[in-house]
Ligand binder design. Structure first.
Ligand SMILES: [Zn+2]
Length: 484
């Protein structure tokens, strides 16, 4: 007997961390999320290298790690902002749509420009240029414009007014805006739920990230989470009311963790000069180049400072040309042991092979340090000046809560990877995840609908031919009248 396919409802809480959620749940402040945890399972959702919004949500869209999709941060090498057109794998909703599933995706980062797909709708998010198209189909965009929907909160003008300093009033204005955004997002979510019986529905609350940057563990953050908890509960009940006979599986996910701001900037160029990966530059030369940069705004200053040296450094990693795996491993070991100011500099390091002789080391730094990739830094460390209370460059520990139909696991589970989620969403819809996805079906958490056969997941050549041979035999037996 076929079991009824569930609808999969996914809610993103950008930057949500157990550091914030656990104490709130203990104090009974998030009743809906608590009830999902009680009835289902939860744990750490490991983010990408680097744990940044753009990189992590692309892994969530595609089911592959950042080493495979190569969306590192927000900007391309040419300095332009990444867009949906730069992602080399289709998002999971496109795969679902190709199998006649209906998907609604609201406020997913890096979906601009909105790409059409069958039977679906999409609202873009983070990194949508002003006045650009932000929704598909066009009729939905019209509808959203009518209610004054915005993809993302505009607060930049406050930051640029006084070099990043915000007054108490400005912070409060942002907070009030955030509450307005949550209200509108809930309203839009309901308007979209009304349209069709969606098989997959995704909606992101993006501003939990901004609020944590501004207030970290403050009462403002608590209030925002309580409002989001309420909005999710309303949206789930609304879906259930509209589709009373449909079993529902719910995912709550975040894209990365969070931690208090770093105490010091660590300058990576002087660091790698000390490690002899880069030549050491004279102080007078650095001073001269700094003056030159001030005058001209010269952007490829690093190639002028280190001529002929093709080592590329970003805050998130280093690219080593003309290297070998042995050399990359040696440097990784060295970096893992490295201490500055008595503290370990790197938390986690991963090696990526780019080509035969080019290797990349991607890292997560100790939260005590903020990595600085200015090629003209003189000193190794600087006191950190930040107007934010918290950040997330060093925290890969996001969150997941999974509850509802076909969820058999209960309580705290082992960490999952963010790229595991799309594979399992497809699995719940009865679709085998494509083989390039690094995320795997988790049969300890889900009892997938019966028609998703285990054997069809990874058919080795041997077992396939065995199966085929068996089929031929059965046909033969039928032809001979031995079988009906
Ligand atoms: Zn984020």
């Amino acid at each position: 007997m076929r079991r009824q396919q569930p609808a999969v409802l996914v809610f993103g809480l950008d930057g949500a961390t157990w550091k914030i959620l656990k104490p709130l749940i203990k104090k009974n402040k998030l009743s809906f999320l608590s009830s999902l945890m009680k009835n289902g399972c939860w744990g750490v959702l490991k983010s990408t290298f680097p744990p940044l919004t753009s990189t992590a949500w692309v892994s969530f869209q595609t089911g592959v790690s950042s080493g495979k999709h190569r969306i590192f941060g927000f900007l391309k090498e040419n300095g332009k902002v990444f867009s949906a057109l730069d992602i080399p794998f289709p998002p999971f909703w496109k795969i679902a749509a190709d199998k006649q599933k209906k998907a609604a995706i609201v406020n997913m980062p890096l979906t601009y420009p909105p790409q059409p797909f069958a039977n679906g709708c999409l609202v873009t998010s983070f990194l949508t240029p002003p006045k650009a198209h932000f929704a598909f189909p066009p009729s939905l965009e019209k509808e959203l414009k009518k209610i004054g929907y915005k993809t993302n909160i505009e607060f930049e003008h406050y930051f640029f007014a006084r070099n990043g300093k915000l007054t108490k009033e400005e912070k409060n204005t942002i907070l009030q805006d955030v509450f307005q955004f949550i209200k509108k997002r809930e309203q839009v979510g309901k308007a979209i739920i009304k349209k069709k019986e969606w098989d997959v529905f995704f909606l992101l609350f993006k501003n939990t990230d901004l609020i944590q940057h501004l207030f970290w563990k403050g009462k403002q953050t608590t209030a925002v989470y309580q409002r989001v908890d309420e909005a999710i509960s309303h949206l789930v009940s609304f879906y259930k009311r509209k589709n009373p006979h449909r079993p529902v599986t719910i995912f709550i996910v975040s894209d990365h963790g969070f931690h208090p701001v770093a105490k010091k900037d660590i300058a990576l160029y002087p660091l790698f000069s000390r490690l002899k990966v880069l030549p050491t530059l004279r102080k007078t030369w650095l001073k001269l180049l700094r003056g030159f940069r001030k005058l001209t705004g010269f952007s490829w200053i690093s190639s002028l400072a280190y001529p002929g040296c093709q080592v590329k450094i970003t805050p998130f990693g280093i690219t080593l040309p003309n290297a070998s795996l042995k050399k990359a491993k040696k440097l990784k070991d060295k970096l893992e042991r490295l201490r500055v100011c008595g503290k370990k500099v790197f938390r986690e390091i991963k090696i990526l092979q780019e080509s035969k002789k080019t290797f990349q080391l991607l890292w997560i730094t100790n939260p005590y340090f903020a990595p600085n990739a200015d090629p003209l830094s003189g000193k190794l460390t600087y006191p950190r000046k930040s107007h934010f209370k918290a950040r997330h460059h060093s925290d890969r520990k996001g969150i997941f809560i999974i509850s509802g139909a076909y969820v058999k696991a209960k309580g705290k589970r082992k960490p999952l990877n963010i790229y595991d989620i799309p594979a399992n969403i497809l699995g719940l819809l009865g679709i085998n995840p494509p083989s390039y996805m690094e995320g795997k079906l988790n049969r300890k958490i889900f009892s997938f609908p019966l028609f998703l056969k285990k054997s069809s997941l990874q058919v080795s050549k041997k077992s396939f031919s065995k199966e085929k041979k068996e089929k031929i035999l059965i046909r033969r037996l039928k032809a001979l009248g031995y079988l009906q």
